[in-house]
Design a protein around this ligand. Structure first.
Ligand code: AMP
Ligand code: ZN
Ligand code: FE
Ligand code: FE
Length: 274
């Protein structure tokens, strides 16, 4: 049984600060045995990471993190074991990425109205895939408009603040269906920060397979709560650090989510039984 597990990480293919190669290097240093890279709306890191993980003796679970909306609330759905060879799936993710670019242009226009001048080049920096608010937050800090990334979010980028713009509208049902059609398992990401229990239960009715019970932003009480909620509703449990590097979720380190031994085997068994 493997014991050091991290099923939620980000790279420069979305809003992480480390490249897939650097992330695998950090996983090796942390003694991670099973890793999933779950970039927002992207599986671009998986191909490169597959051979690196093979060389390092790490099991790589292909993953992604989709955004869905339910009753105007944004939730994140993790997809594990998705088939990265399916053209329709890759094209759909590319559509979401293209929408993120036009959304970013709208965010920049809104900031310009406030006298905050950031260009697309300022935002892009080293990123290669899904552009998001963390890139903008880093640019706001680099340009001296904000003192920290969390200040940038608080001041401009969270719902209700002037530069906040929603992403491509995908329903909860549709996000789960996409993951299933791509051959994957759908898991509610960090419910403790984005999904009340009623929403998790509604998602189960739409075919949700699991709950991310273990997450760096969940307290021990929340972890116990989500483990029992999962048991009650016949859902699998997963966990991960949600590591981005830098100042986004700066409390998390690769492999640090305390994911219990046996989690991977149970997930694999569930997937194989699907
Ligand atoms: P986006 O996909 O562009 O909407 O950006 C979402 C990302 O922003 C998530 O991965 C979060 O980790 C990060 N994020 C959301 N809220 C905050 C916050 N208040 N402070 C720092 N990072 C945040
Ligand atoms: Zn992120
Ligand atoms: Fe998330
Ligand atoms: Fe994430």
């Amino acid at each position: 049984m493997v014991s050091t597990i991290d099923l939620h990480t980000h790279t420069t293919c979305s809003d992480g600060v480390y490249s897939p190669q650097q992330l695998v290097g950090l996983a090796v240093e942390a003694g991670v045995e099973v890793l999933s890279i779950t970039d927002h709306d992207s599986v671009a890191a998986i191909r490169e990471a597959t051979s690196l993980c093979e060389d390092a003796g790490i099991v790589l679970v292909p993953g992604t993190e989709l955004t869905a909306y339910h009753d105007e609330r944004e939730v994140h759905i993790l997809g594990y074991f998705v088939d990265i060879e399916q053209t329709w799936f890759i094209e759909l993710l590319q559509l979401y990425q293209a929408y993120r670019i036009s959304r970013m242009e709208r965010m920049l226009e809104r900031l310009a109205v406030l006298g905050v001048h950031i260009t697309m080049e300022d935002v892009r920096q080293d990123m290669t895939g899904s552009i998001g608010r963390p890139h903008l937050a880093r640019a706001l800090v680099a340009k001296g408009y904000c003192s920290t990334v969390s200040h940038a979010f608080r001041e401009y980028l969270v719902p209700g603040k002037p530069a906040y713009v929603e992403k491509y509208q995908v329903s909860l049902e549709r996000a789960i269906e996409i993951i299933h059609q791509a051959g994957g398992i759908a898991v509610m990401a960090h419910p403790g920060i984005s999904a009340p229990d009623e929403l998790v239960i509604a998602a189960k009715e739409c075919g949700l397979d699991g709950i991310e019970a273990h997450h760096c932003d969940h307290s021990a009480t929340q972890v116990r709560h989500y483990v029992s909620l999962a048991e009650e509703h016949g859902l699998v449990t997963t966990g991960g650090s949600d590591f981005h590097g830098g100042k986004v979720r700066s409390n998390s380190r690769v492999g640090s989510a305390g994911v219990p031994t046996g989690t991977y085997e149970k997930l694999l068994e569930y997937h194989n039984g699907q």
